[in-house]
Design a protein around this ligand. Sequence first.
Ligand code: ATP
Length: 197
Amino acid sequence: KRRIIGLTGGIGTGKTTVSNYLASVYNLPILDADVYARDAVKVGSTILNLIAERYGLDILLPDGTLDRGRLGNVVFNNFEERRWLEQQIHPFVRDRIVEAIDNFNLHPTVVLVVPLLFEAEMTDLCTEVWVVSCSQQQQIQRLIQRDRLTFEQAQLRINSQMPIDQKCAKADVVLDNSSTLEFLLQQVDAAIKSFEC
Ligand code: ATP
């Protein structure tokens, strides 16, 4: 039976760190929902046109691409708008993932990196769900450092997601990334082996 690993966790918890490791050390194909979500709103796409209709042309940058910062400030401050946006994007992403899983059907194991795996109800696509977890304080610290967000912006983005405890409760594997990178990657090795027959 094929292994379809759904890798998720809060924003800035270490999903990319884990998927880079799985790709480089285990040669696993990585299907990244963020890539598809960006495709969903590329110039000329139906969804980008809907966004521009709803929020005005100010939501675009001078070159016609989406101003993600501006859109982020709209949807992370307004639940209804976030829900509207997700209703546009999630079905598109889901279709692309289903298609990609099929395209990689010769690989016995593939990894789906889906930040909103639970929120978008995509767990049915996976045979096992891994959640990367760290404390909220560490999440905020990493987001401020990596994305240059303010403390308040980081907190808003974290609070827009399902609480990490709830995600951990639904996981088959919890990867604790509150300590060193080495500790995290040891847990990844163990998780890969634990399901091997
Ligand atoms: P996003 O949801 O924003 O895509 P992510 O879950 O993919 O984030 P990463 O990009 O892997 O998270 O990690 C977030 C930041 O924290 C990165 O800058 C990464 O280098 C750093 N980081 C990850 N794990 C650790 C660790 N154990 N110790 C210190 N820094 C770490």
